[in-house]
Ligand binder design. Structure first.
Ligand code: SAM
Ligand code: SF4
Length: 445
């Protein structure tokens, strides 16, 4: 099983045992469950629009749904295990007549394993990432003949919107299944991105996140990612982007993050390992020193900004010395947060058949050592924010304890005591800080 230092944006498991019942028995109902990264969250937005167009009301619990759509992730084996757990539960609900149909979409749907899953769990429809449009006919809409294109707009309104600027990936990292299930890179024309951003902002969106597997690899008709980012930063009050690849990250993009007021000063730049030897085995295309130099440019451009990364521990062939180099890089870069993954062999990837498997106990120890190092750095850096007054963008409204979740311009997550609605800004003093989040008092004025 892989683990992260913080949760990925996956919806909570809804395996509730409450009695069946629907708000309005005449309305068709659908429940969409999303697993995995922001790309999948965004694909679920498209699916949501389809089922709404088809007259379905969205419900949150499986037992209230006629149709359940699982939009899935295939990056690590534990993601598949989770989906299998949900499919088992759905079979039970179907036997009881509480759920009628089940569809599986996303990255598992694009993998060979999906045929076996369909048979084992009697899934009504399986779709990959490139033919999600076929869901239209399944839910009773006219057949869509369109093949998948990243130009399809995804999010309608809402305070925070994802905008896909590219799909797929042209890298071949040893461990990664993404190029197999998402295909090669396709970049969306700049005019189409800007038009969508302007439409979203006119509809009330206050925060745009540009999405892609290697977002900074975007290029189109002579324009590069930094040109697009600068143009978007002029069209929206707040913008962020993810995920970037170190080989594509240009210094001028890093400087733009610091210079442009509307860009959140937060960089997610997956490094995977601090060892040149492992980076070569992984086919990452850069050395640790080059990564360090990028971070220097970022820290200089945005000294107060946040830096996050992805790290894999226990890739086949990883030695104690490789691991020590990762720890050293983690210390040098002083990340504000990281997703740490235990290597998970994916059938069809090069790493799945490489010799030199790392024993589980060693992987676990290395995982904890990286985690402790990251948390120590993050805690120290977060302490520096205590006492300062920050402008905070409210991302999620307040919960029962009266605290909303927001984000500073430096990209720090903040719990703040306010009832202010999402999409607004408040100013508040940071009262305390943990390794993952800052805590602010009541807003001033
Ligand atoms: N495109 C991004 C990049 O190049 O860094 C990452 C996309 S991938 C969906 C997200 C993260 O999952 C990767 O950065 C990597 O750390 C992790 N990951 C991918 N395949 C993995 C595997 N087989 N085992 C463990 N972690 C994996
Ligand atoms: Fe996977 Fe590498 Fe592509 Fe990222 S760059 S999606 S890790 S193959």
């Amino acid at each position: 099983m892989s683990s992260t230092t913080r949760s990925t944006p996956t919806a909570p498991i809804p395996l509730s045992s409450k009695p069946a019942g629907q708000a309005n028995p005449d309305t068709k109902t659908a429940c969409i469950r999303t697993f995995g990264c922001q790309m999948n969250v965004h694909d679920s937005d498209r699916i949501r629009r389809m089922i709404q167009d088809a007259g379905y009301a969205e419900v949150q619990r499986y037992e209230d749904a006629d149709l359940v759509i699982l939009n899935t992730c295939y990056v690590r084996e534990n993601a598949v295990d989770r989906v299998k757990g949900h499919l088992g539960e759905l079979n039970r609900l179907r036997r009881e007549g509480r759920v009628k149909r089940v569809a599986l979409t996303g990255c598992i749907g694009a993998a060979e394993e999906s045929a076996t899953l369909q048979q084992t769990y009697d899934i009504d429809l399986v779709l990959g990432t490139h033919n999600t449009y076929e869901l239209a006919e399944f839910v009773g809409l006219p057949t869509m003949l369109e093949t998948y294109t990243p130009e399809l707009p995804g999010t309608e309104g809402g305070h925070n919107a994802f905008v896909t600027i590219m799909t797929g990936c042209n890298y071949q990292c040893s461990y990664c299944i993404v190029p197999t299930v998402r295909g090669r890179m396709l970049c969306r024309p700049m005019g189409s991105v800007i038009a969508e951003v302007e439409r979203l902002v006119a509809g009330g969106t206050g925060y745009v996140t540009l999405l892609g597997q290697t977002v900074d690899a975007w290029r189109h008709e002579g324009k590069r990612f930094c040109d697009l980012l600068e143009a978007v930063s002029e069209s929206t009050p707040r913008v962020w982007f993810t995920t970037s690849h170190p080989s594509n990250m240009e210094d001028r993009t890093l400087r733009a993050i610091g210079e442009r007021d509307t860009i959140v000063k937060r960089l997610h730049l997956p490094v995977q390992s601090g060892s040149d030897r492992m980076l070569r085995v992984m086919h990452r295309g850069y050395k640790a020193e080059r990564y360090r130099r990028k971070i220097e440019v970022f820290r200089e451009a945005a000294p107060d900004g946040t830096l996050t990364t992805d790290i894999i521990v226990g890739h086949p062939g990883e030695t104690e010395e490789d691991h020590e180099q990762t720890l050293k890089l983690v210390e040098d870069c002083a990340f504000d947060s990281a997703y740490i993954f235990k290597f998970s062999p994916r059938r069809g990837t090069e790493a799945a058949s490489l010799p030199g498997a790392v024993p589980d106990a060693v992987v676990q120890r290395r995982f904890l050592e990286v985690l402790r190092q990251i948390e120590r750095n993050a805690f120290e850096r977060n302490q520096r924010k205590v006492g300062g007054v920050e402008e905070i963008y409210i991302r999620h409204g307040s919960t029962e304890d009266g605290k909303a979740i927001g984000e500073t311009w430096s990209g720090h997550a903040v719990h703040v005591k306010t009832g202010v609605a999402p999409g607004n800004y408040v100013k508040a003093r940071i009262e305390s800080a943990g390794p993952h989040v800052l805590y602010a008092g009541e807003p001033s004025g």
